[in-house]
Design a protein around this ligand. Structure first.
Ligand code: ATP
Ligand code: MG
Length: 631
């Protein structure tokens, strides 16, 4: 067996041979003619000339070898529903859904917008689109009309698939009125709307436009729909970024490159073997849900758990009970979810048999060391932080423990993954930084690897202008994240490039200050932003969610904790990094995907307009900060 270093080098130095080998992990109808066509940078076309199909590889391919093995395990702690679909049953459901979409006139290249809660039909709909070559655009079910309308407008779907309602924390959220309103707001109108009726909320039907999922799929239950053989470079889907730093971007992805990238990642990074069970706690509305709830595990012949509900209902042991029950081998979650669990009784982590679990993968946000340590101690299983973006489709930084076992360094998402030529460059000169500990912008040298976005949907120029920047001698893809590399080549992500603050000429990363503050035992969560200051240029301001709020009712106790936190920063980073104020709140403004909305906090702290808030989770979080800032 080769070392990871050799494996990685080959992926860069002998790129085509490396990826030709990975391409054998999936079925092709027609073998690729070229492996990597980078004749029109920064656009890269992978496996051109090859024809394949994501649904064939995720479902049909397994019918011969594992027809009765579990494929999709749907669990809802909201409604109590729990059902396992074998590959054979999944195949039948997807075929019926594909026939239903066809009957509504959906053809190859048409867009189908999927606005659904975490129910099995959402996965059927995605796979059905992949089957017939329709381009799906999944919109997170937690979004309201305005956010949904802008995505309808941008993706111009022929059909929208939705459901009567989702449920969150026991509260039914009716989708249909939001959908109807979004269609009203959008200048583009879908021809048809296909509604799953869960019996959770009443629905008003629009005659001639709206159809019932159960009735229409039943009507086509005997129709067989073959997989459409698609060009590798055809479009599989459009998915919007989280909108943490501004207006979401429509990421467009291919078919063949994505299939190969996911199949390879299941083997090399996620340790997934056919017949095992994968559990990603994300939502199909995000890239993790696309890659590691639906496509990745199924491509690998694994069962995948689709979970509707909170991590703490009926209690904080619910996820671990599923790990025990379904013998989950790989689990994927987000630091924000771990922080939710951290506020609960840690005994829940020990209550179930987790011996099947090879690792817990965490991504989406910086995983601070104390949180990593806490979950690692609690579970006694390896914790693997991995760093990537909607744009990349699969991890950029991680550990490829399927190639060579390495241990995590808490606070670091690990090493550059094979296929990614990662560099750190100086933010203004663009000069490459190679010395350990030098802080720079994380960039990717083209050609981008398989699975990476093809372009911004409908706007090649926006892709080039947004992401590709000229540094001396060439053009590179910017991640807009700060990083450093240690002497062993492990990367540390220091936050977004726009999260750096300048205090009296000292440049400080908000992430470093947050990391320091979160080491105080009474800090559950923290956000640090830079606020304009007439004297120092900028000062750091911290917003802390304390673990124990009980003792903070009186001003003296708050001032004491504020002082203690400042002292921690003084000791760890120096007085220059000390926040000018530490404010206490009971929740922080986040996107629906659980990312801190620092730009909104900063804007409010500076008395400015908060900007695009279409992806905010709970507006009251920002209101608390507004109230704190009020004179
Ligand atoms: P937008 O691009 O619309 O502003 P977003 O960047 O939050 O939103 P995503 O694609 O969901 O949209 O998130 C990718 C970003 O999340 C990365 O660029 C990085 O800032 C952060 N991130 C993801 N994983 C990690 C990780 N393991 N450690 C640190 N940061 C991470
Ligand atoms: Mg981004």
């Amino acid at each position: 067996m080769s070392t990871y270093a050799e494996f990685y080098r080959r992926s860069i130095d002998d790129r085509d041979a490396f990826w030709a080998e990975q391409a054998r992990l999936i079925d092709w109808k027609q073998a690729p003619r070229t492996i990597c066509d980078d004749s029109k940078p920064p656009f890269t076309r992978w496996f051109a000339g090859g024809t394949t199909n994501l649904c064939h590889n995720a479902v049909d391919r397994h019918l011969a070898t594992r027809p009765d093995q579990p494929a999709l395990i749907y669990v809802s702690s909201e409604t109590g529903a729990e059902r396992t679909y074998s590959f054979r049953q999944l195949h039948a459901e997807v075929q019926r859904a594909a026939a239903a979409l066809r009957s509504l006139g959906v053809q190859k290249g048409d867009r189908v917008l999927i606005y659904m809660p975490m129910i099995a039909e959402a996965a059927f709909a995605m796979l059905a689109c992949a089957r017939i070559g329709a381009i799906h655009s999944v919109v997170f079910g937690g979004f309201a009309s305005v956010s949904l309308a802008s995505r309808i407008e941008d993706a111009t779907p022929k059909v929208i698939v939705s459901a009567d309602a989702g449920s969150r924390g026991g509260k039914v959220v009716a989708y249909k009125p939001l959908l109807d309103e979004a269609i009203r707001l959008s200048s583009h109108k879908p021809q048809s709307v296909l509604m799953v009726d869960r019996g959770l909320a009443p629905m008003e039907s629009v005659a001639g436009r709206d159809h019932d999922w159960a009735a229409l799929t039943e009507k086509h239950s005997s129709v067989s729909v073959d997989c459409e053989w698609l060009d590798s470079t055809d479009i599989s889907y459009i998915l919007y970024t989280s909108g943490t730093t501004g207006k979401p971007k429509g990421v467009q992805r291919d078919v063949g490159g994505y299939a190969v990238a996911l199949a390879a990642s299941m083997k090399h990074i996620f340790l997934g073997e056919p017949g095992e069970t994968y559990f990603s706690t994300s939502d199909i509305g995000w890239v993790v849900g696309h890659s590691y709830i639906v496509y990745g595990p199924l491509l690998a012949g694994m069962a995948t758990i689709m979970y509707e509900g909170l991590p703490i209902r009926p209690d904080a042991g619910v996820w671990w009970s599923l790990v025990e029950k379904y013998k989950v081998t790989s689990m994927f979650s987000a630091p924000t979810a771990v922080r939710v669990l951290k506020k609960q009784d840690p005994a829940f982590l020990k209550k179930y048999d987790l011996s099947s679990l090879k690792a817990l993968f965490l991504a989406g946000e910086p995983l601070d060391e104390p949180t990593a340590q806490w979950i690692s101690d609690g579970l006694g299983r390896p914790i693997i932080d991995n760093y990537w973006q909607t744009e990349s489709g699969w991890p950029i930084l991680a550990l490829a423990n399927g190639v060579e076992m390495k241990t995590s360094k808490f606070g670091s998402p690990g090493l550059p993954m094979y296929g990614y030529d990662i560099k750190l460059v100086h933010e203004s000169t663009g000069k490459e930084l190679t010395a350990p500990g030098e802080k720079g912008v994380v960039v990717i040298e083209g050609p981008t690897p398989p699975g990476f976005m093809q372009t911004v949907w409908g706007d090649d120029q926006r892709y080039v202008d947004t992401y590709w920047h000229t540094v001396p001698g060439r053009t590179v893809y910017s991640t807009f994240d700060w990083g450093i590399k240690d002497k062993d080549g492990y990367f540390f992500i220091l936050g977004r490039t726009d999260d750096v603050i300048n205090v009296a000429g000292h440049r400080l990363g908000t992430r470093e200050i947050e990391e320091s503050i979160s080491s105080h035992p009474n800090v559950a969560e923290v956000a640090v932003v830079g606020v304009a200051d007439s004297l120092k240029g900028q000062v750091a301001m911290a917003f802390v969610v304390p673990r124990d709020t009980a003792g903070l009712t009186d001003t003296a106790a708050r001032l004491k904790l504020e002082g203690d936190i400042m002292k921690v920063v003084d000791e760890q980073l120096g007085a220059v990094a000390r926040p000018s104020r530490v404010h206490f709140v009971n929740l922080l403004p986040k996107t629906r995907s659980g990312k801190l909305l620092r730009r909104a906090i900063q804007a409010v702290a500076e008395g400015r307009d908060a900007g695009d808030l279409t992806t905010i989770e709970d507006p009251t979080a920002l209101q608390q900060i507004r109230d704190l800032m009020a004179p």
